[in-house]
Design a protein around this ligand. Structure first.
Ligand code: SAH
Ligand code: AVI
Length: 302
């Protein structure tokens, strides 16, 4: 936090959004009419579930270990688990509350499924209990969470998972697509202000957990599509000249100065395939929703 707030363009990594309240606010975002990614990915998953499960499973090798990064409420995973019937499910999330609730719910629904929840940060080396895992390894990374990484971070992440699934494994990645900037703008500037509350919750969390004194009234949510870089940027803009203390550190803000809190990259199908190919994956399959808003890529090692 201190390092990010000390940069010329102040910036904080989006992984810190997800305390218990942040995870609940994200779930509320998913229900908004403007936020199309969740609905689109759910629709495409339902529409192509048989083909997706056939791609992820393999004839004659029924045991699959499903590893999901950024599993959150595991809503989409539930569909995949029903169709794929893996022997083990390893959800990985930085949000302890979301992970605990989701794992408990899934265990009730699938009493025979071996669930090993991993609370951790996937941007760092993580110990995933795959050593004892039987059969094929499949990494599931839905929600376009990959869009919250820079292309360089996404490349490193894909390389890491390529090593994890090995030659016989596979990966399913949900990727949001480039589209009309007005549709993107609405999705990140909803009328009810839920996205604004999600963004501002980061300051509330820093106040609570790091003894900081950000005045939430003096910052406003700002999100826009940066067409040159193909990404939505979220910022918290200081409404006036002010200072904020985080522990022993004091940070000065000019009026209009911002903290850059999130990028959400949007890809073309070809653009994402090129990224995956550079990390050692072949773009085996791609599934889209009926409106062509969102994509799910089925990748295998090349
Ligand atoms: N997969 C769900 C949730 C997506 S929201 C869906 O498709 O709807 C992004 C999720 O990733 C959140 O649950 C968040 O807590 C988690 N997350 C974000 N950054 C993370 C990181 N660096 N390590 C682990 N989990 C992370
Ligand atoms: C989790 N992630 C893919 C979401 C996104 O769309 O980038 C987080 C989010 N930020 C604002 N609204 C939703």
């Amino acid at each position: 936090m201190i390092a990010g707030l000390s940069l010329p363009q102040k910036a904080l990594p989006p992984k810190y959004f997800y305390d218990a309240r942040g995870s609940r606010l994200f779930e509320a975002i998913c229900r908004l009419k403007e936020y199309y990614p969740t609905r689109s990915e759910l629709a495409l998953t339902r529409a192509h579930l048989g083909a997706i499960a056939r791609f992820a499973g393999r004839r004659g090798a029924p045991a699959v270990t499903l590893i999901e990064y950024g599993s959150g409420a595991s809503v989409k995973s539930r569909l995949l688990i029903e169709a794929l019937r893996p022997s083990a499910y390893i959800p990985v999330d930085i949000s302890a509350d979301a992970l605990r609730h989701a794992a408990a719910k899934l265990q009730r629904l699938f009493p025979c499924l071996g669930i090993r929840a991993v609370h951790g940060d996937f941007s760092r080396p993580l110990k995933i209990p795959v050593a004892q895992a039987r059969g094929r390894r499949v990494v599931y990374f839905p929600g376009s969470t990959i869009g919250n990484l820079t292309p360089e971070e996404a490349h490193a992440f894909l390389r890491m998972t390529r090593g994890q699934v090995g030659l016989s494994g596979a990966m399913l990645v949900g990727v949001d697509l480039k589209k009309d900037a007005n549709v993107l703008h609405a999705a990140y500037n909803d009328a009810k202000g839920v996205t604004a509350a999600f963004n501002l919750n980061l300051l509330a969390r820093i106040n609570r957990e790091l003894g900081a004194d950000f005045s939430l009234r003096r910052f406003r949510h700002y999100a826009f599509y940066n067409a040159a870089l193909g990404r939505i940027e979220m910022h918290l803009v200081s409404l006036e000249r002010q200072t904020a203390n985080v522990g022993d550190h004091r940070f000065a803000f000019e009026a209009g100065e911002s903290i850059h809190t999130e990028n959400s990259y949007k890809y073309s199908i070809e653009g994402f395939r090129a990224l995956a190919a550079g990390a050692g994956f072949r773009g085996g399959k791609v599934w889209l929703d009926a409106k062509g808003m969102f994509s799910l890529h089925g990748l295998v090692a090349s």
